[in-house]
Design a binder for this molecule. Structure first.
Ligand code: F6P
Length: 543
């Protein structure tokens, strides 16, 4: 991979000059001056329709952004990513979540060995296990069928599975899924209080099996279970997903109940592995396979499509355009589906843990902005919460609008209302509302000229707010797989151009270390050795 400071490329310099022209242009005029604009900035692929014409860009912008990608060596980097080069250099590992959904006949080499047969073996294990639990062949210690599945994990070992389980709830079978992540005891106790140990299966997910939150929650749950069942029955009710087989066994989990994962899969990209076991249990193995199939199709699209028509590449470049040239700090993701409620928080980890870096691949401090802040909520709820700021605030907030042509329950009346809002918002953000229109409207409502002059400025919308509109046929396991993989590849492209390592997360370590120190301070009632603010707070807490 090339280690190029993107600001030193020719394309960057040209984009800086070009920005000065675009910055003062209103998108409304861009549409008025070019009848074909919408078609030019649309990518149709499978059941995805991406319209990115409502962005503050023209054809020159597109060309320069693509040139930037070429100069930063994106194509070579993509080859390195898919073929298993150790692109996670600070941890010396390849980044191969794509291998988890590759076809059976693929050949992906890690340290000279094809990993696909191993991946297939674990998938078979997931299939057999989930079928047995769903069909009631695998039973609890009193011979009853399982009714509840509890996933215990945090970060990538929670957010991916919980988001997918929530998003695909429509496809869920009779098993009830629960997720425990926070080390807050109220989370675990609130969850287990209504559960029956005889019919509950616990899936402990931790890549390292050392994470404080997960091990604490798993231990609490195990103690709770042992109040009702003898020790030997743990094997019927506890399974684990991890790379750390020794630690799992010493926790007391039967080796047959361990689903391995690999260090070449990052936690926040691991839902495609056995980390998705709870999902497979909840929606059945075939639906889980469809999720993977969708992601594989997006991998193929990303790998084999020219940059100009490549969905993840275009989304990444547009995001860089706003982040690095317009100075936008955040991006909103607004799914028009209540089922995608957890999608923005899933993306927060995926995007911010990956690209929230300030040192480049040469170990130098960067002199440009990197990772964006991600936030969002489903439409239409978000419209009644924070859209005021997007429409009339002082900040530029590019937004992705994700919608579906078909609703799942088929209530067309509701769906039309939902989608009317989805289309209306992007139109309003684009066009805004001019002063003359406001005046006209107030006049027709019989406001006096004096009143009109007093209030009209508050009712003006400048518009020119950028959005990407992604319209997908229907929310299915396959289309969700495509959607997640689309953002995964967007993350990759941005990391390449920003010349940062997207697949480590050293920034979360310091807090963990200090928490362990403070925990031991509690035991000895010691508040010394901290800054005076922390010291005062510790004293107040401990006394
Ligand atoms: O799966 P583990 O090892 O318990 O780690 C959980 C999470 O902790 C992190 O390392 C840091 O938050 C994430 O990257 C990871 O997804």
């Amino acid at each position: 991979m090339k280690n190029i400071n993107p600001t030193t490329t020719k394309a960057w310099k040209e984009l800086e000059d070009h920005y000065k022209e675009i910055q003062v242009e209103h998108m409304k005029n861009m549409f008025n001056n070019d009848e074909e604009r919408a078609d030019k900035f649309t990518i149709k692929w499978e059941d995805f329709y991406l319209d990115y014409s409502k962005n503050r860009m023209n054809e020159t912008t597109g060309k320069l952004l693509n040139k930037l990608a070429v100069e930063c060596g994106l194509k070579e980097a993509m080859d390195a990513y898919f073929q298993g080069d150790a692109i996670n250099q600070t941890e010396g590992r390849p980044v191969l979540h794509t291998a988890l959904r590759a076809s059976k006949t693929a050949n992906v080499q890690v340290h000279g060995e094809n990993v696909i047969p191993e991946v297939q073996e674990v998938k078979e294990k997931i299939r057999t296990f989930t079928d047995e639990v769903i069909e009631g062949k695998r039973k609890g210690f009193t011979g009853k069928k399982f009714t509840d599945i509890v996933n215990i994990g945090i970060g990538g070992s929670d957010l991916g599975p919980v988001m997918v389980a929530d998003s695909l709830k429509f496809y869920q079978n009779h098993l009830n899924l629960h997720f425990i992540s926070n080390v807050d005891g109220d989370h675990v106790h609130d969850t287990i209080q209504d559960l029956n140990p005889e019919t509950t299966l616990f899936v402990i997910v931790s890549k390292t099996f050392t994470t404080m939150e997960t091990i604490s929650n798993a231990t609490t749950v195990r103690e709770w279970f042992l109040k009702k069942a003898p020790e030997k029955e743990v094997s019927k009710h506890f399974v684990a997903v991890s790379t750390n087989l020794n630690k799992v066994e010493s926790f007391g989990i039967d080796p047959d109940n361990i689903f391995p994962m690999w260090d070449w899969v990052g936690g926040r990209f691991s839902l495609w592995s056995a980390v998705g076991l709870s999902v497979a249990l909840g929606i059945g193995y075939n639906n889980f396979e469809s999720l993977l199939e969708g992601a594989r199709k997006m991998d193929d699209h990303f790998r084999n499509t020219d940059f100009e028509k490549n969905i993840p590449v275009q989304l990444a470049l547009i995001s860089i355009w706003y982040n690095n040239f317009f100075g936008a700090e955040s991006e909103a993701v607004i799914p028009y589906s209540q089922y995608l409620d957890k999608f923005p928080s899933y993306l927060q980890q995926a995007i911010m843990e990956s690209n929230g870096k300030s040192v480049d691949r040469n170990g130098e401090k960067v002199n440009y902005q990197t990772g964006t802040i991600i936030w969002g909520e489903p439409g239409t709820n978000s419209q009644h919460a924070f859209f005021q700021l997007i429409h009339q605030g002082t900040k530029l907030i590019p937004a992705d609008f994700i919608g579906f042509k078909e609703s799942l329950f088929g209530d067309q009346g509701h769906h039309d209302k939902l989608m009317a809002n989805y289309f209306a918002q992007t139109e309003a953000l684009l066009n805004g509302k001019r002063e003359e229109v406001v005046e006209e409207e107030l006049r027709s409502m019989r406001f006096s000229q004096e009143e009109i002059d007093r209030i009209k400025s508050f009712k003006v919308f400048e518009g020119n707010n950028p959005t990407n509109t992604l319209l997908v046929q229907k929310l299915t396991p396959e289309s969700l797989g495509k959607l997640i993989a689309m953002y995964e590849h967007k993350i990759f492209v941005q990391g390449v151009i920003w010349n940062i390592f997207s697949y480590d997360q050293w920034g979360v370590e310091l807090g963990k270390q200090l928490a362990n120190k403070i925990l031991s301070d509690f035991k000895s009632n010691n508040s010394e050795g901290h800054d005076s603010s922390t010291q005062n707070l510790l004293k107040f807490y401990m006394n």
